[in-house]
Ligand binder design. Structure first.
Ligand SMILES: *Cc1c(COP(=O)(O)O)cnc(C)c1O
Length: 239
């Protein structure tokens, strides 16, 4: 029943490489994260077996259980909403936290990282669509807080993340992705070597081709690889 997973992973990876080339990008600039939320570890392993090492989860509890049992050379990405009272559980466990949606959360991650003696890599989640249901701060809010973010010594901001609206109107989606890229470029221009903001985590099953065209460096793809989830968790990103 899960034999198809290796094949779909390979197919999506091939498609990503092809799309990247078509728009003049180096396929190596684009990393595919296999989003395994709601799927048991047995579904993760076929993707691992054919070479996938980047996996994404959106719920802390579920993720920690899988991480415990999974091969150790997997890079785990936390892509769902993180509550401050769970920060101490995730520090040191994830290669990258994509979903930092407030200054206070970044500060908490900084404190817990210092206590644990680690540096935590994060992305700032930007609400590019203006939808109330989406987490993250607006470009303007992050712009005003960025100096403070840079002063936190135990986190490293590697880039930005966004979730586009679920719509068939590709121009709306493209507008969100472009906004994220422009903001990244602005931060690079403004802060130069003081900041290490390069990643754009954007693009899911429904919109990854647009994300590649707009400069995504990280794609978060679940259902196109693993099939329909048992229950939809895409609208419910609570960790
Ligand atoms: C579930 C999820 C994804 C993957 O969604 P698919 O549509 O299954 O590809 C990507 N990003 C986030 C934040 C998610 O919660």
């Amino acid at each position: 029943m899960i034999q198809f997973i290796g094949d779909s992973y390979r197919k999506i990876n091939g498609h990503i490489a092809q799309l990247a080339k078509e728009c003049g990008r180096d396929p190596d600039e684009v990393t595919l994260i296999a989003v395994t939320k709601s799927f048991p570890l047995e579904h993760v392993l076929p993707a691992y077996d054919i070479g996938c090492r980047e996996f994404g989860e959106n719920k802390v509890q579920e993720a920690l259980k899988k991480i415990q049992k999974a091969p150790e050379d997997i890079n785990w990405h936390l892509i769902g909403t993180l509550q401050k009272n769970k920060v101490n559980k995730v520090v040191g466990k994830f290669s990258l936290i994509h979903s930092v949606d407030s200054l206070e959360l970044a500060e908490k991650i900084d404190v817990c990282s210092e206590e644990a003696g680690v540096e935590t890599k994060i992305l700032l989640q930007v609400n590019t669509s203006g939808e109330d249901t989406k987490h993250g701060l607006t470009v303007r809010q992050w712009r005003n807080r960025f100096e403070r973010i840079l002063s936190l010594k135990n986190i490293s901001v590697e880039g930005l993340m966004t979730i586009a609206p679920f719509t068939s109107d590709s121009e709306i989606v493209r507008g969100c992705f472009r906004k994220l890229r422009n903001f990244r470029d602005e931060l690079q221009d403004t802060y130069g070597d003081r900041a290490n903001v390069h990643h754009l985590s954007m693009g899911m099953t429904n919109d990854y081709p647009i994300a590649i065209e707009e400069g995504a460096t990280i794609l978060r793809i679940g259902s196109a690889i693993f099939g329909e989830r048992y229950r939809s968790t895409s609208e419910d990103n609570k960790s």
